[in-house]
Design a protein around this ligand. Sequence first.
Ligand code: KG4
Ligand code: ZN
Length: 358
Amino acid sequence: MTHRFLISLFMGTFAKLKTEVLVYILGIESSCDDTAAAITGDTKILANIIANQQIHRHFGGVVPEWASRAHQQNIIPVVEVALQQANISKDQLHAIAFTRGPGLLGSLLVGTSFAKAFSLGLDIPLIDVDHLQAHILAHFIQKEDRQNTMPAFPFLCLTVSGGHTQIVLVTGHFEMKIIGHTLDDAAGETFDKAAKIMGLPYPGGPVIDQLAMEGNPNAFSFSESNIPGLNYSFSGLKTSFLYFLRDQLKKDAGFIENNKADLSASIQHCIVNSLLKKLIMASRQTGIREIAISGGVSANSYLQQMLRKTGEEMGWKIFIPAFSYSTDNAAMVAVTGYFKYLKGDFCGLDLVPYSRQG
Ligand code: KG4
Ligand code: ZN
């Protein structure tokens, strides 16, 4: 056997080993109003299934009682579909990861109880996952194009969702420090409340994003908060928006209807501007130019556009998750579960969910 042949034989085996999946994880997400199940093969997504709960649209926000009931109905079907799509049997799973919190307690209990029963039935490890860590670790999901587009440590991650707004300093997969956070409303909540004030359906973020595409971001200005440091505050902006509309409606009952696009573009501009201002400050303070965004609001097209522009000006390397991994999903839970699995970081059946971040 020639030397070259031996090398190519070895390389062939190595290539095969590299593409073989070593660990299959089932991820479960039920922290708010999406019931989701995903299956990962190492860091590759084999299935990512979400059952959205349309019922909340009628109420202008998530109704916790309805959310828990819908999770109970959806959880088994989403897991079954995920297994089918991944084309593996449940006996091939190495572990089950679930969102332990933060979120709505009744919703979390459904996913947690399901995961415990599944782990007990299959006799496989159970892994608890923090929802906000999972939003950040969504950046480590393997991309289809196989290009290495993952952030390198240390990086800053702006996590913007319906319940949270934080700037996180990430120095390792599980070494994260919150260096800035909102003192009142979250960015997503501000989008949703502004939409509600305009009579738009829930969730308002994507609706405002869409309407704003036809509007002028400088048509109206609202008072943005000016608190020092890296923290955020959005309650003043929301009140300023509310009072402005109340005054305009007194003069013209059709004001909202006639200015929907400009109002959407203007409030969106204020939110995004506030978000980026503190992110720039955080980058300057830490000297870190590896910048990621995550969470539902990271799907906002104007935020993405302004981040790209700021990134060019500041010399940042930026990371934006794919749409399906920005809003709530179980793929991010499964991939976080994978990293915990590698560390042997499992939890017991007595673990309880938490509604607020510790
Ligand atoms: O991360 P996520 O799906 O759930 C939570 O963990 O809260 O975030 C939901 C939030 C909602 O407030 C929703 O309005 C907002 O993300 N959102 C958006 C967009 N898509 C979702 N906000 C602005 N623009 C969007 N395109
Ligand atoms: Zn979320």
